[in-house]
Structures are given as C-alpha cells and as structure tokens.
Design a binder for this molecule. Sequence first.
Ligand code: 5AD
Ligand code: SF4
Length: 386
Amino acid sequence: MIDAAALLRARNARADAPALACVRVFGCQQNEADGEKLRGQLLDFGYGLTDDTAMADVVVFNTCAVRGHAEQRVLGNIGALSHTRKQGQIVVVCGCMAQQKGVQDVLRKSYPLVSLVFGPALLPRFAELLWRVVHQGGRHFHLEDATAPVSEGVPVLRSPPPRAWITVMQGCDNFCSYCVVPYVRGRERSRAPENILAEASALIADGYTELFLLGQNVNSYRPDDGTTFAGLLRALNELDGDFSIRFMTSHPKDAGSALFQAMAECRHVAPMLHLPVQSGSDRILLAMNRGYTRERYLSLVAEAREAIPGLNLTSDIIVGFPGESEEDFDETLSLVRAVRFDSLFTFLYSKREGTSAARLEDHTPERIKKERFQRLLELQKEVEHG
Ligand code: 5AD
Ligand code: SF4
C-alpha cells in the first residue's frame, strides 16, 4: 500500500513556497474535534496552516447536516470562494453534509470548484484521498458506509489547554425520527477504554485540565469488553492530576442511577449534565421515537438532582415538530417551567431528507412556529433570571 502521507510530505518539501491549508469547522463539538484531526493530518502532510482561505492551497470545510440552516451557510461559504480563489486551490468538503447523496449531487452540479468530498468515516484516510486529487487531479466523490471502528492514532493539532476533546464513541443507533445523524455518522462504535485512558493521561501530562468526552450518545458507550460509560468515568477518575471531566451527550432513555452515582462519587467528574428532552408532550415524544415519556424524564431529573448536589442541568428542545399542536407546545412550556434548566438550546424543527419525520404532514405555519420559539426563549429567560 502507498504511504500517501509520505508522498504528500515529499511533494510539499519540493515546492518553491510552503503549501498552506485552511480548515473551516461548522456544527457540534464532535466536528471541532474532527477539525483538530484534519489540521493535525495536514501538518503531518507538510502543509502550513492559515486562517485565510484566499492564501490556502487546500481549503477544507468540515460540515454539519443537523439542520438545513447549517447546510445553507456552508454552501454560501463555498460559493464565496470563487471570488478569492488562489490558482490551483483544492476545495474539500467533508463531515456530515458530505455523507448525503443529495448533497453530493448538488456539489457535483453546482459547485465545480469542489474537488474532494467524503463523509466522517473516511477522515482517517484523508492522506490517500487528498493524494489522489493532488496527484491525478479531477474530482473525487466518496460515499462509503461508516462501519470501520473508531480509528486510533490519527495526528491531531489540539487547541492549547485547558480544554481537550476526547471522542469515546461514534455514530448513533437511536433513529430519532427528525435526526439525520444515524444516517451520516453510521452505527455506534465505542473506543477501547485502555486507549481512552492512555489519551487522557497524556493530555493531563500535557497540562490539559478540562477533559471533554464526546459521543452522540455517551450512555450507549459499550466496547467489546463490556465496560459501561459509568465504568469509564470511574476508571478516568482514578488518574492522577488536577483535572475535571465533562461529557456530552446523554440520552434520557439510557441515563440512570449508574451514571448519577458515578457522577456523585467521582471527584474529577464535573456536576454537569446535558440531557436533551426535545419536547414536553408525550404525543410528540412518541412521534420523535425518543423512547421515554414526560413523566419518566421528570423522574430522571429528580433522581439526578437528588444524587448530585449542585447539578448543572442543560437541555435541547425542538419547536415545531410536524403536527405539534398548541396543547403539545404548552406541555413543553410547562416542563421547562417545572424543571428550570440552567440553560437551554432551542431549535426550530428542520426537515431532513431521508429521515422518517420528513414524510409526516406538517400543517403548522412557519409564523406560528417562530412565535412559539420566541415564547420558549422568553420563558427560559424568565427561568434564568427570575
Ligand atoms: N431539526 C431541528 N433540530 C434538530 N436537532 C437534531 N435534528 C434536528 C432537526 N431536524 C437538534 C436536537 C439535538 C440537537 C443536537 O439538534 O435538539 O439534540
Ligand atoms: Fe440524533 Fe437522536 Fe441520535 Fe441524538 S440520539 S444523534 S437526536 S438520532
């Protein structure tokens, strides 16, 4: 097999001027973490890094597909390149948006400046994908299923301490009816605990004091040896040093006393829990395929607060899911009033092609959805300041 990283290094070493690369990241923390791996690999291939797309020989967009708005922003950014583009510039689109056939068709037809497209699963094979473009030219579109285990040892350029991302698992098997993530990031795969512990120790030795564990659903962390997420927290807690552990995201259907007890007993684990509820209405929760009821959620929150003194509790809510009635929305408001989240991330429902909710009829006018969204924001403001 060719060593594509070495070939890129040799080619960049021969260039008259140092070749430069620019990585733009959109979306969630997992994408930020992947962005650090893209930058780390580009450095390893002999590129210098720049923030200026106009100066870059390679521009990489690490994209997000969770809502339509994020996709539009990325397309706008790619389009804007055509005015400032450096001669021979290679434009790469990767991440979740790139793993959708419909998006690949749009890029192929309407964005001729894009020459390499690949989804999150191929990130560890960046060297070979980029080498093909540099060496052969042409346009390369990859659409492979994410089945490979989470890769180890990919070069990473981290931001300076205190915070470091650690991916513990990838993918999602929940198929919430509105969500594109299971389609673009594939099935759940967990890293072996010994690899996570080794990474955490090295980070602590390097002065990182805020270790942030990442996974679409950390509570389904389940490597081959059967370690649970609570077990992983306990093992990390045994490491020496001055550091705290945070994590996200927890799914309410998988969170429970094992997690709360571990959080309460581990001195290094911060008392912070992000527990997305999405809606306060049982009817909508069922249509979302969330796997819990309003009552179950409320009792989980009570249990978590009882177990973990001073718990900081945050959540996500989607407004305007297809068929959400005024009564359903009132249930969401009353849940927010009852729980009093420390902060709330609120989203207007965005229809994602290929998800099962995309086939639902949706008669609520956009104006009403926006109005509800405002009411929710105001209520949360009241909760936070009242
Ligand atoms: N529309 C709106 N919000 C969404 N989210 C996920 N998919 C969608 C969608 N189609 C929100 C959920 C999730 C957060 C990361 O993004 O609230 O928890
Ligand atoms: Fe999407 Fe649900 Fe998986 Fe979260 S748990 S990534 S909302 S399918």
